[in-house]
Design a protein around this ligand. Structure first.
Ligand SMILES: *Cc1c(COP(=O)(O)O)cnc(C)c1O
Length: 393
């Protein structure tokens, strides 16, 4: 079955009781036992709920994993995976990972629970040099946020196998429609289902998908022990979103390609980051490992003032997050990545001239028109002394 069919079949044939086409919402905290010691398979919703179980089956199916656990938020999914490691374990994480992930890793390091190295995972020598006896995990995000650098997951998996490291991939940016890291040998995939999987900007959610039943069981145990599992209504919303994942992702991508090409021709834009552009530094790798390039683009403003661009769009909303049907524009340095340590941010190239956009499913011509008029307001103020001024400075 192809992903287009799988998203529909998996989310439709789900009700063993009455064959309902829509998934029932089991909005209940607990379940009656048949008799002492004999449950229906469900006893308490933190531990298990039929609506959530349906979402978990669908996510495992889409990612090609053995078992999934649906979690309350993307960050809770990441925290649950990180709770797997013993005190003192060393994690090698990508240097430009999601701001919230970087913040959590730093917190766990400050508390003496984990040791963390932030490394450019595109540099295999640097990764190998960081591996120590305590190293337990490679934490990958590809394409990275916000610069959309693609790393060679296959090569990183091969390296991790040599040293017995767990390979975790945050697959939020592409969704299983465009990328299935477990098929390349990763051990676990995490998601913020808030983004493309749900796709409608009306729920916050997360997920963990494991390649093996055994590891999936471990994450289920941890999620239940920590209480990070998600509720039935939010599970239902994500299931509903997944029904249109294929058509949405195709439209997001087609629009993004056109917008990226427009931006790369624009005189006020000095650099565009989109893996679908042949000029992108890791385009070839993206083409080889993904079946699509996604809907996030970042770009740098050449001479103009960035505030005008950020405030100048009418269709793009000035907002954090990504992955919804509506287009968004944001400023990583002061918004999505504000919680990152300034020197790390600088090193990862997240400077004040950078803008990130999430491309929705509107008509591409309208999106281009909107950006064109916003960029028009910013274009070249050649002699401006504070060309890059912004409130963060
Ligand atoms: C949004 C996001 C998260 C965090 O997810 P929440 O649902 O906001 O908790 C983690 N990783 C990536 C790549 C994200 O974009």
């Amino acid at each position: 079955m192809r992903q287009e069919t799988r998203t529909i079949v998996a989310t439709t044939h789900t009700d063993p009781a009455y064959g309902s086409i829509g998934t029932p919402i089991y909005q209940t905290s607990n379940f009656r036992f048949k008799k002492p010691g004999e449950s229906t398979g469900f006893d308490y919703t933190r531990s298990g709920n039929p609506t959530r179980a349906t979402l978990e089956d669908v996510l495992a199916d889409l990612e090609g994993g053995a078992k999934a656990v649906a979690i309350a938020t993307g960050m809770a999914a990441i925290a649950t995976v990180l709770s797997h490691f013993d005190r003192g374990a060393h994690i090698i994480a990508t240097h430009d990972c999601y701001g919230g992930t970087a913040r959590l890793l730093r917190l766990l390091e400050t508390q003496g629970k984990l040791e963390v190295s932030f490394v450019d995972l595109g540099d295999p020598v640097a990764v190998r040099n960081e591996i120590r006896p305590e190293t337990a995990c490679l934490w990958i995000e590809t394409p990275s946020n916000p610069l959309l650098q693609v790393v060679d997951v296959r090569a990183l998996v091969a390296l991790a196998k040599v040293y017995g490291l767990l390979v975790a991939v945050d697959n939020t940016f592409l969704s299983p429609f465009f990328f299935r890291p477990l098929e390349l040998g990763a051990d676990v995939v995490v998601h913020s289902t808030t983004k493309w999987l749900n796709g409608h900007s009306d729920v916050v959610g997360g997920a963990i998908v494991a390649r093996t039943r055994e590891l999936g069981g471990r994450f289920y145990y941890l999620a239940n022990a920590l209480g990070t599992t998600t509720g039935s209504f939010d599970s239902w919303l994500v299931l509903r979103g997944i029904k249109t994942l294929a058509v949405r992702m195709k439209q997001h991508e087609a629009n993004a390609q056109q917008v990226a090409e427009f931006l790369s021709q624009h005189p006020a834009v000095s650099e565009v980051y989109y893996p679908g552009l042949p000029t992108h530094a890791t385009h070839a790798l993206a083409k080889e490992q993904f079946s699509g390039f996604g809907g996030v683009i970042s770009f740098r403003i050449a001479n103009g003032t960035i505030n005008e661009v950020l405030a100048g769009t009418k269709i793009f909303s000035l907002a954090e997050s990504l992955g919804g049907v509506e287009s968004l524009i944001e400023h990583p340095a002061t918004m999505s990545h504000a919680s990152m340590a300034p020197e790390l941010r600088e090193r990862a190239g997240i400077t004040n001239d950078l803008i990130r956009i999430s491309i929705g499913i509107e008509h591409a011509d309208d999106l281009i028109q909107d950006l064109s008029s916003a960029l028009g307001q910013a274009t070249p103020k050649l002699h401006s002394q504070n060309a890059f001024s912004f409130r963060a400075e």
